[in-house]
Design a protein around this ligand. Structure first.
Ligand code: NAD
Ligand code: LMR
Length: 340
């Protein structure tokens, strides 16, 4: 699936044109759930990524081929193909370097992410089985909720098929990082793109732990009460969107943005770039929870290095303590679903 495209760059120096060529790897990205609220804008963003040569859009929805035709008219190089229905799943996954999964149902007001488990567990299980059959070396990035349980499900399925590589299965927690950067940017009156912060743990309520003490720049907040309020806002930001959409679903556009950011980091790693760092939820031995999110270095085989989570202050240690039992419970539910 991997093509090498010669890139011609033209530099104009002192009025003279110098032509230089360098090889650039290009990759096939498959989006499962591509016709959905996240899937469509995510595909729009991926169609603009110069590291993507092929974009395979898979969904059950009848509109899927139309979404693919629509995006294929964009004047960017990535070749777009639509795959609608379960009988097309194998062809969509075949040869994929990265499989991004936003397939499944979203929350409505009053629901927790765990309430989605019964519907979404079998969707993620079936998709992981297909990856094992058709593209076992693909990096799998799971957006579907509850992320804390879906990553163990995919991992157990790949294990059963004998193709599991913990460096290639990720839960997407980038939206928590994006939100923390956005909120700190507003508080400090700076461009949110200049903010960096690790968000560790998992992706639901108390398992989302923004390390405000490690933010750069630090939020300009004087008292502990405000630190705790900002932490709570980041933890509950998904619910803030669910309430504001009033029955119309959960975050889609900011999630597409965050999903495109993580996919780009994965692709840059696959392409051999060094020092590509993003947080994601992966198999882990850092804590008692066997899956955990924190900053990772991406490389040619997916996760190249786990950077840990550094030094926590007393408040963050308490947040971690509260998160671990919840994470362990979420992980056990996912593992049991596959091994029952
Ligand atoms: P949506 O209902 O708008 O779209 C989901 C799409 O998945 C639909 O097009 C549907 O046809 C498709 N689908 C359902 N079953 C499928 C299957 N077996 N194979 C392929 N496609 C299938 O929902 P959405 O708003 O895009 O949200 C999708 C998921 O992402 C939800 O579970 C939601 O909770 C989750 N989410 C996660 C994060 C995060 O930070 N990780 C953020 C937002 C939403
Ligand atoms: C989010 O954080 O926005 C997603 O996990 C969707 C949700 O249900 O909150």
């Amino acid at each position: 699936s991997r093509a090498v495209k010669p890139v011609v760059t033209v530099a104009i120096q002192n009025g003279a044109k110098n032509f230089s060529t360098s090889p650039e790897m290009l990759f096939k990205v498959m989006v499962a759930g591509a016709a959905g609220g996240i899937g469509q804008p995510l595909s729009l963003l991926l169609k603009q990524n110069p590291l993507v040569s092929n974009l395979a859009l898979y969904d059950l929805a009848p509109v899927t081929p139309g979404v693919a035709v629509d995006l294929s008219h964009m004047d960017t190089p990535a070749k777009v193909e639509g795959f609608q229905g379960a009988d097309k799943l194998d062809s969509a996954v075949k040869g994929a370097d990265v499989v991004v999964i936003p397939a499944g149902v979203p929350r409505k007001p009053g629901m927790t992410r765990d309430d989605l488990f019964n519907t979404n567990a079998s969707i993620v299980r079936d998709l992981a089985e297909c990856v094992a059959r058709n593209s076992p070396k693909a990096i799998v990035a799971i957006i579907t909720n509850p992320v804390n349980s879906m990553v163990p499900i995919a991992s157990e399925v790949l294990k059963k098929a004998g193709v599991y590589d913990p460096n290639r299965v990720l839960g997407v927690t980038t939206l928590d990082v994006v939100r923390a950067c956005s909120f700190i940017g507003t508080i400090n009156g700076v461009d949110p793109r200049s903010v960096s912060i690790p968000v560790i743990g998992g992706h639901s309520g108390v398992t989302i732990i923004p390390l405000l003490s490690q933010a750069n720049p630090k939020p300009k907040i004087s008292d502990q009460g405000k630190i705790e309020a900002l932490t709570k806002r980041i933890q509950e930001a998904g619910t803030e969107v669910v309430k504001a959409k009033a029955g119309g679903g959960s975050a889609t556009l900011s999630m597409a943005w965050a999903g495109a950011r993580l996919t780009n980091a994965i692709l840059r790693g696959l392409n051999g770039e060094s020092n590509v760092v993003e947080c994601a939820y992966v198999k882990s031995d850092l804590t008692e929870a066997t899956y955990f999110a924190n900053p990772l270095v991406f490389g040619k085989g997916g996760v190249a290095k786990n950077l840990g989570y550094g030094k926590l202050n007393a408040y963050e240690q308490a947040l971690l303590k509260a998160a671990i039992p919840e994470l362990k419970k979420n992980i056990a539910v996912g593992e049991k679903f596959v091994n029952k």
